[in-house]
Design a protein around this ligand. Sequence first.
Ligand code: SAM
Ligand code: SF4
Length: 326
Amino acid sequence: MLLDSLGRKHDYLRISLTDQCNLRCLYCMPNEYMEFMPNNHLMQAQEIFEIAKIFVEQGINKIRLTGGEPLLRKDFPDIISLLAKLPIQLTLTTNGILIDKYLSQLVEAGITSVNLSLDTLQAVKFTQITKRKGFEKVWRAIHLLLQESRHVKINMVAMKSKNLDEILDFIALTIKLPLHIRFIEFMPFTGNAWEQSQVVTHHEILDLVRTKFEFSKLIDEPNDTSKKYQVKGAQGTFAIISTMSEPFCSSCNRLRLTADGKIKNCLFSVEESNLLERFRKGQDILPIIKQSVWEKKAQQGGQFPKNYQDTVPEKITNRSMISIGG
Ligand code: SAM
Ligand code: SF4
C-alpha cells in the first residue's frame, strides 16, 4: 500500500504520455518558447506498462492517461492495450481533437469514462483560448463518445475575463445531454500568467447558477476532488473543482508520473524522483516510489498561502501544467 506520513492511502495514478500538444491553451502552455522532451527521454510503451505494474502491485487501482495531449502518441493504441491487461480502471483526459481516430481502440481497451477539455461553446472563442482551430472536431468528439455510451466529463477552466459568461450555457447543456461538466478553478503553473483576479471560485459559480436554475447537491465519493450537483430534471450533472478556494488535499489519493518518468507526489510538489532513469539501469524503483509518497506534503506541495488570494505565482516552483500532466 502506498501510504504517506499523514496516513493518506494512494490508489490513483495519473500518467502523462507526452508534453506535446496540438492546442496551445493559454492557461496551460507557457507563452514563451518551450523545449519539448526528446523522444528518448519519454517512457516507451513497454516501460509505461512495467512501471505501472509496480504501482498496481502496491494498490493503484485507477490509472488516468493525460499529457500534453495523450492521443498525440503514435503508440497510443499499444499503450492502452498493454495497460488494459492490468486490474485497474483505465481512463483518459484529452482535448478530443483526435478522438475519432482512436475511438474503436478506446472502446476495445475498456475505457468507459473520458474527460474532455472544453472551455467555451463558441468556435471563435475556442480559437482565442486554445490558439488553434478545432471547436467542431471537439464538439463531434463529444457526440461520438456519447454514441458509444461512454461517460463523458467536460473539463472547463473558468476564467473571469474569458468564459464566465458561458457558465450558464454549460449548465444548460447538462439538461439536454448526459454530460458531466466540471468547472475547474484556474490554477497557477510556470509560465501561465496566473492572476488571482481571474479565478472563478466554487461559491461564485454556485451563486451564478442559482440565478437561473434549481439544483441539488449530489453525494461525492470519498476521494472526489469535485463537488457534484445536478439541475432538477437534468440528464447530466455539474461539479466544481475548487483547488484554489477550498483545497481537498486531506483526502488526496493521487500520484503523478510525468512523461519523462518522474514521480510527483502532488500536482504542486517541488520534488520529483526520476523513476525512469533507475528503471533503465535495472534498479529497484519501489523504494523510491514509497519514499516519494511518504514525503508528500499536507497541502498543495507546501507551496501555497492559506488564502489563495495571497498566492504569488513567481514564488511557486513547479513545471508548466503541460509538462506535468493534468
Ligand atoms: N490535453 C488534455 C486536455 O486538455 O484535456 C490533457 C492534459 S491537460 C493539462 C489536463 C487538464 O488540465 C485539462 O482539463 C485542462 O483544462 C486542465 N488545466 C490545464 N491548465 C490548467 C490550469 N492552469 N488551471 C486549471 N486547470 C488546468
Ligand atoms: Fe494541450 Fe490540454 Fe494543455 Fe490545452 S489543456 S494546451 S489541450 S495539454
